[in-house]
Design a protein. Structure first.
Length: 342
């Protein structure tokens, strides 16, 4: 999905910190999903690291960032495998909490090779991570020199302690919001950037469409600089807040029509991902009183032929890794040069 020659070189390698879920996947490909009480064989089997945070930080490392993970595993086989795999990818695992007892988080994943469905059975790690697992001195070392901090909204009590410290130190915070979860709102109120999955914006705001929900998110979270929603093969939409320094001179537009206009400008002749941006606009949404001064982006995904598409497990995590990479570059390059690589 990402070709290395299109990746912009970084003048330095920014340190980022990721907090959230890691795990191992026991991934079995079967000719078709088993019936209860039957015996079948795998046609392919892999045992590999996973979890949102693990995947996202691996992607970030491959793009040239220097990620550190804060998370918890046990001193068992899967736990050791995870740490080894992450280290081999260039992820710093020295801030992991390794429990002497218990089990590391793991998933059984059954891939049906006919229907291409993937059924996941997740077993959380035990004992669960608590804020006391991370002494303040370790937290401060983990955040030392960090350009950004990422959260996947797992283990909310510990996440909030880390986010509050990052906030206090003015380290930008990015949240990957998959679905409304316990403790997520506290994290969101400290966030600078949000990347969410397709259903999240409407679920969280109760707005009737994704573009309207994006306006609502930007209004509800006054610190937020942008919110991105990913739409699988349909790419992504981003709403970036802009400073309204021209007052009433900025044109007003309905956010739905704005998106329609962007989609009409999409170049269908290329298979490569493309990005189309609106001018700075006062975006209005039906049913919402206030408008947002911002720029709307439509990012079309790469057109991948079905024969080449294996499965999209972790696509969202890889996307967030690329957003972290792009956002770290924001200090160097303007946004419109970067969205193409998201
Ligand atoms: N079938 C596809 N073809 C092309 N690009 C895709 C496809 N599926 C995903 N992508 C790319 O990956 C990005 C994220 O995918 P998606 O919206 O499925 O994330 P997600 O729902 O968080 O995924 P998951 O939780 O399964 O990792 C999309 O914005 C798009 O750029
Ligand atoms: C999946 O099915 C295809 C088509 O029948 C076959 O060629 C391929 O080897 C199978 N792959 C696995 C891992 O089972």
């Amino acid at each position: 999905m990402m070709s290395s020659d299109s990746v912009l070189p970084l003048p330095e390698n920014p340190i980022i910190v990721g907090f959230g879920g890691v795990g191992v996947d026991f991934l079995a490909v079967v000719p078709s999903f088993p019936k209860p009480d039957s015996k079948i064989r795998t046609t392919e089997f892999t045992f590999q690291g996973g979890g949102n945070n693990g995947n996202t930080m691996t992607c970030a490392a491959r793009l040239g960032l220097k990620p550190r993970i804060i998370s918890k595993v046990s001193n068992d086989g899967p736990g050791k495998t995870m740490l080894e795999e992450l280290e081999a990818e260039g992820v710093d695992t020295s801030f992991f909490v390794v429990s002497k007892e218990g089990t590391s988080p793991f998933s059984y994943v059954i891939v049906d090779n006919q229907t291409k469905t993937r059924t996941c059975i997740f077993t959380p790690g035990y004992p669960e991570m608590v804020p006391q697992d991370l002494p303040r001195a370790n937290l401060l070392s983990a955040l030392d020199g960090a350009r950004m901090v990422y959260f996947d909204a797992r283990m909310p009590d510990s996440a909030l302690v880390i986010a509050q410290e990052a906030f206090h130190q003015n380290i930008p915070i990015l949240i990957d919001a998959e679905r409304p979860r316990e403790g997520l709102n506290d994290l969101l109120s400290l966030a600078d950037y949000v990347v969410c999955s397709e259903n999240f914006p409407r679920a969280w705001t109760e707005a009737s469409s994704i573009p309207r929900a994006l306006v609502s998110i930007i209004l509800r979270l006054p610190r937020l600089k942008f919110a991105i929603v990913t739409l699988g093969k349909d790419g992504c939409i981003m709403l970036e807040r802009c400073v309204d320094d021209e007052g009433s001179h900025i044109e007003e537009m309905d956010v739905e029509s704005c998106l329609t206009t962007l989609k009409e400008r999409k170049d269908d002749s290329t298979a490569m991902p493309t990005c189309i941006a609106s001018p700075v606009t006062k975006l209005r949404a039906k049913g919402i009183e206030e408008s947002v001064c911002g720029r709307l982006y439509y990012g079309a995904s790469e057109k991948i032929p079905p024969s080449e598409l294996m499965d999209t497990t972790g696509a969202g995590d890889a996307f967030v890794g690329a957003v972290l990479y792009g956002t770290c570059n924001l200090f160097i390059l303007p946004l419109h040069m970067l969205v193409g690589i998201f």
